[in-house]
Ligand binder design. Structure first.
Ligand code: PLP
Length: 420
């Protein structure tokens, strides 16, 4: 029996035996959200990387309200609607040239599942027995069984290991070791069963905000192309300005064969995801033979309200969001720079609007005590920061002010004093 005062809710990534007290939130506005006891919290991680233009952006809120009164759900097999058509057309204008079709789903994980199924369906339908997926060490692509299979193995998926399918893994291209990564990719691509390579471009998010340069991304694409291995870019986190450009692949002048976008697709207002692909992949499923259909759907595929939110987000990208991204990147660089000479930290880094730094601590690693201690320290300062082990990162909404950032970095410096 649940005691009367205890909530029956089981929260994500939460060990209730250690952390059973949830912060009750009643309102969000811009870079802040407010607790039931009226504390204002700076959202320094964009509520798990989704809120791009700020909480409750009025343009997106209005779009949601208007659409909700018109048409709030419709079966998407055999039917379509303007919000989805507009989003798809606009996305193809903004995404790397060569991506031609858009498949809707509801989360980053499902967009990756769709990408994997598209890749395997492609090889299956053209009659080539390629089924093996190549992945990069430390990657994160979601928490469903398929996406866990292509992500880093460890404590997060130990219990499900027997269900995970076999993949080929290449090392992360750490500075100075890029060639080893490229050689491993080349070797993996040469095997006859190599179907696709899936990668987070420029930054591995959940794997610890590990960064690598566009030149490596470009070279990885070249190798895949040379061996006819499909290149899947998981831009679920890196998309929507995070790396300084709308999509990370732009910086390497790479057009993936398949691309996944979600998190910032609706500006962080409603769940929605897309998987974009090249014509060859669509064409391999295009047939009067029904058995070649792309057999994937979710009940809420291309939900009209979520699509209206995405359309409003795309409008914001046509009206100054790029300039705000540039300005956040500049402020972030100015504030992270002094930490490069700070002996309490190492691997001080930035790509676009994201900064990260590792607190030197004896108990590093995700399950170590330092992460939750840091998080609790920041919470006491009314900041939402959620370190990955000893890696502290700042990924703010683009409406964040310089004063907010100054407060965030002051707290990081103080945390090192208190906890290192
Ligand atoms: C968050 C994330 C996902 C999963 O997205 P969900 O919406 O949480 O399912 C997949 N890939 C990457 C790179 C992510 O950062």
């Amino acid at each position: 029996m649940i005691p009367a005062q205890k909530s029956p809710i089981w929260h994500p990534f939460t060990q209730h035996a250690l952390h059973d007290q949830m912060t009750r939130i009643v309102r969000g506005e811009g870079a802040y959200f407010y607790t039931a006891d009226d504390r204002r919290i700076i959202d320094a991680i964009s509520s798990w990387w989704v809120v791009t233009h700020g909480h409750c952006h009025p343009h997106i809120v209005r779009a949601i309200q208007n659409q909700a009164e018109q048409l709030n759900q419709i079966i998407f097999a055999g039917h379509t609607h303007d919000p989805a058509e507009d989003v798809a057309a606009q996305l193809l204008k903004l995404a790397p040239r060569g991506l031609e079709y858009v498949f809707f789903s509801d989360s980053g994980s499902t967009s990756v599942e769709v990408a994997l199924k598209m890749a395997l369906g492609y090889w299956h339908n053209i009659g080539v027995p390629r089924t093996r997926i190549i992945v990069m060490q430390h990657s994160y692509h979601g928490d469903t069984v398929g996406t866990m299979s292509v992500g880093a193995r460890g404590v997060f998926n130990k219990a499900y290991e027997p269900l995970l399918f076999d993949v080929a893994s290449i090392p992360f291209p750490a500075a100075g070791h890029e060639q080893a990564t490229l050689d491993a990719l080349e070797a993996a691509c040469k095997t006859q069963t190599a179907a696709a390579f899936i990668v987070e471009p420029l930054i591995l998010g959940a794997g610890g905000m590990q960064m690598y340069p566009p030149s490596v991304l470009k070279e990885m694409k070249r190798i895949c192309e040379a061996h006819d291995v499909l290149f899947i870019a998981d831009e679920v986190m890196t998309g929507w300005g995070r790396t300084g450009t709308l999509f990370a692949c732009e910086q390497a002048d790479v057009t993936p064969d398949i691309a996944c976008y979600s998190k910032g697709l609706t500006g962080g207002s409603l769940p929605l995801a897309v998987t974009l692909c090249r014509a060859e992949i669509y064409d391999a499923h295009y047939s009067s033979d029904r058995s070649r259909t792309f057999f994937h759907s979710s009940s809420y595929t291309a939900n009209p309200v979520a699509c209206a939110a995405a359309r409003a987000n795309l409008e914001l990208w046509q009206h100054g969001a790029g300039e705000r991204v540039a300005s956040v990147a500049t402020m972030q660089e100015r504030l992270i720079a002094p930490f490069r000479a700070d002996a309490r930290f190492e691997n001080v880094r930035r790509t676009g609007t994201i900064t990260a730094l590792d607190l030197k601590a004896s108990d590093a690693g995700y399950l170590a005590g330092i992460g939750p201690k840091l998080q609790a320290f920041f919470a006491r300062r009314n900041l939402l920061l959620r370190p990955l082990g000893n890696t502290i990162y700042v990924m703010p909404p683009y409406c964040v002010t310089e004063a907010d950032l100054v407060e965030i970095y002051a707290a990081i410096a103080d945390a090192a004093d208190e906890l290192a």
